[in-house]
Design a protein around this ligand. Structure first.
Ligand SMILES: [Zn+2]
Length: 216
């Protein structure tokens, strides 16, 4: 059996971090949409070549191409397997399509894990991020502070706030998430597949709760 576990959560909830950590411990395959795209393009799969064309002309990759890419990935994944989907589905239409794609390749969407964090905690997490513009090192004013305030530990450059992490952008990202993804939560709730995980703790605590949930 190929079991798909969908990771849901707002920006800053730690989906990618938790999915990667638990995949490494359990042998599950972590499928982040961005990495899947880059990999399909790099390997030159049929869907990858099509996506490349759209990306080179500056456009978004259409859902139809993404769906073919997921079908390719499910077909090439040996049975049995557990796949953690991180970044897909992003809306209800994609969630419905995933059920169909899974059924066509002998897979099942076993559950959807919602990493639950309060809005205040998300704002603190996202707003506290600092990056080094020179070497790319990442810091956080609370959870991962540099040794000297505002200075990169690795190379000494002055740290900056990414455009994505400025307060007005954060508010917009959370609104986009609320409007597009809330229906996806409802979709899995109606299907009896939604599992809520308290994601307010540290990355290690969240990973432990996620692991317990997917190992049931
Ligand atoms: Zn640096």
């Amino acid at each position: 059996m190929k079991n798909i576990v969908v990771f849901l959560g707002a920006p800053g909830a730690g989906k990618g971090t938790a999915a990667a950590a638990v995949a490494a411990r359990t042998g599950a395959r972590h499928v982040s949409t961005g990495a899947m795209l880059r990999d399909a393009v790099a390997r030159g799969t049929p869907a990858g070549l099509e996506a490349k064309g759209h990306m080179e002309s500056g456009g978004l990759v259409p859902d139809e191409v993404l769906y073919r890419m997921i079908a390719e990935l499910l077909a090439e994944t040996p049975d049995p397997a557990t796949l953690f989907f991180d970044g897909f589905p992003r809306n209800e239409a994609q969630a419905e399509k995933l059920e169909q794609l899974a059924a066509e390749s002998g897979a099942t969407v076993a559950s959807a894990l919602l990493l639950d964090v309060s809005r205040e905690a998300l704002l603190e997490r996202l707003g506290g991020r600092r990056v080094c513009p020179k070497c790319g090192a990442g810091f956080h004013v609370k959870s991962l502070p540099p040794k000297v305030d505002g200075v990169c530990d690795a190379c000494g450059a002055a740290l900056v706030v990414r455009a994505d992490d400025r307060p007005e952008t954060i508010a917009h990202r959370l609104e986009v998430y609320e409007s597009a993804t809330a229906p996806v939560i409802g979709f899995y709730e109606r299907a009896g597949k939604l599992r809520r995980v308290d994601a307010s703790g540290s990355a290690a605590e969240v990973a432990a709760l996620v692991e317990a949930e997917v190992s049931r």
